[in-house]
Design a protein around this ligand. Structure first.
Ligand SMILES: Nc1ncnc2c1ncn2[C@@H]1O[C@H](COP(=O)(O)OP(=O)(O)OP(=O)(O)O)[C@@H](O)[C@H]1O
Ligand SMILES: [Mg+2]
Length: 460
């Protein structure tokens, strides 16, 4: 498997090699066009100096003189017109030179071998230790025409510089590879940790400690990743809670339906009253289950947020009055007084959904208020929002329950709720619907005194 680490290291090394190659080619081009003619001129000038010096001092020992110049860092080939030649200074690796060239030089021409040396395109031409890669000047020694070929002895003149530059090159290459290795590890390591973390998450382990303390993109990625893991953990917890709540809510009515139908089947001699009682319990419980499944379906569709609101303009107060009349039997049977202030107010919203909101808030008020209490319903308009206030003089909600009542399946007083057909989903559906309308819901409650729900909705 190609790891990210090896990919980065190999890519970087390739880039280094390629860049060096390009740099080498470019500097060679520069050498060919700028440095080579200059180099040729320099050596030619030196050759002329030698020629001139000998002209002015014809008495000196040529051999000795050339040996000395050789020691100064030059390679010399002195050849007479009849082909007698001798080398001085550093040795040439290739010693051949065309007799024609020798002849031309002995006849007085200057040979520009450095300028014309065809050593491909490379700077190595400069270092090519070839007799042809030299400058030739004519020189007359003891009346005989000679040709003097000269080139700098690079091993003497640049020897230590070559070692110096090679060392720089090798050390920087080695150090670069070493540092690329370390830096790549620094980049890749958090990614490896993140990969391990994803594996853990897929196995259901959400408690992650990534320990990535970086502020760059990878640090941000790790941060977001931790947030995501926490979110997933919460989601998973919610899911498990939800499933266990649903199972519990289904289990208890099913158990009582089973129990009572068995009793009906097995017990003989039941009075018709008893029989009627059991059957009504079975009916209640099945109604409860049907209510539960309706509410669950509602929540699922609201959760998907695919539910596009079917908005129309309608009279909110008329809708609330209708809910009050539908529920009349329940508040009348408890002898509850209804105090209402419902001036006509048209709003633009999903009529069916908002119907459920008032239905749940009013049935809650009825459910949690003892006989003889009062339920007040008020609608008012404030600029472009409307406020609906539903209050009761019932049992109230304790401070510790208050933050949770909009949670799914939350029932504050379970002993009381058990008697009622109650799932604890009503307020969570209410909140979802109000949120979908860009509205707001608040609750104020004092245990023993009563509860007020405030719903604000935009009119348009
Ligand atoms: N007006 C109220 N007075 C006192 N307690 C309330 C009132 N409204 C809601 N509650 C508390 O909040 C809980 C959640 O209410 P919610 O409407 O979500 O569920 P529910 O009425 O118990 O069941 P469902 O509406 O699903 O049949 C209730 O069980 C109750 O304890
Ligand atoms: Mg309710």
């Amino acid at each position: 498997m190609k790891t990210l680490y090896s990919r980065i290291v190999i890519t970087t090394i390739c880039i280094m090699v390629l860049s060096s190659l390009i740099a080498f080619i470019l500097s060679n081009v520069y050498y060919q066009f700028n440095l080579k003619p200059y180099n040729d001129q320099k050596i030619t000038a030196m050759a002329y100096d030698i020629q001139e010096f000998y002209k002015q001092n014809p008495d000196i020992d040529v051999e000795n003189y050339l040996v000395h110049i050789g020691k100064l860092g030059y390679q010399i080939y002195l050849v007479s017109e009849d082909g007698q030649g001798a080398f001085y200074g550093g040795e040439f690796r290739k010693k051949e030179i065309a007799p024609g060239i020798v002849q031309q030089v002995t006849h007085g021409e200057t040979y520009h071998g450095v300028l014309n040396f065809s050593s491909n395109l490379f700077i190595t031409g400069f270092f090519d230790n070839d007799l042809k890669n030299s400058i030739g000047v004519p020189i007359v020694i003891d009346g005989v025409n000679h040709a003097l070929f000269l080139r700098p002895d690079v091993t003497v003149q640049f020897g230590e510089m070559r070692i110096f530059f090679s060392l720089i090159l090798i050390i920087s290459i080695l150090l670069s590879i070493f540092h690329v290795g370390i830096i790549t590890n620094y980049i890749v390591e958090p990614i490896v940790r993140l990969t391990d973390a994803t594996k853990q998450i897929s196995q259901g382990k959400y408690d992650l400690k990534l320990n990535v303390k970086r502020r760059d993109e990878i640090g941000q990625l790790a941060d977001h990743f931790s947030h995501m893991a926490k979110g997933l953990e919460q989601l998973e917890q919610m899911r498990q809670e939800f499933v266990s709540n649903v199972s519990h809510e289904i289990q208890s009515p099913l158990a009582s339906i089973q129990g009572f139908s068995q009793t009906l089947q097995t017990s003989e001699g039941l009075s018709s009253e008893q029989r009627q009682h059991y059957l009504s319990i079975i009916e209640d419980e099945s109604r409860r289950m049907s209510q539960l499944s309706k509410q669950l379906l509602m929540l699922a569709s609201l959760d998907k947020e695919e539910h596009i609101l079917e908005k129309t303009t309608f009279d909110l107060s008329a809708q609330i009055k209708q809910v009050l009349s539908v529920t009349e039997w329940s508040w009348r049977s408890k002898d509850l007084a209804i105090d209402m202030e419902l001036p006509s107010l048209f709003i633009y919203g999903d009529q069916q959904m908002l119907h459920q909101v008032w239905m749940n808030l009013i049935t809650n008020a009825v459910k949690f208020t003892d006989a003889g209490g009062t339920i007040s319903v008020r609608v008012s308009r404030h600029d472009d929002i409307c406020k609906v206030e539903i209050s009761d003089t019932g049992m109230g909600i304790s401070k510790s329950d208050l933050p949770h009542i909009f949670n799914r399946f939350y029932k504050a007083d379970s002993s009381r709720n058990r008697k009622e057909t109650s799932t604890g989903l009503g307020l969570s559906i209410v909140k979802k619907i109000v949120d979908l309308h860009q509205g707001h819901i608040e609750v104020k409650s004092e245990p023993g005194k009563g509860t007020t729900f405030f719903v604000t909705l935009p009119i348009i």
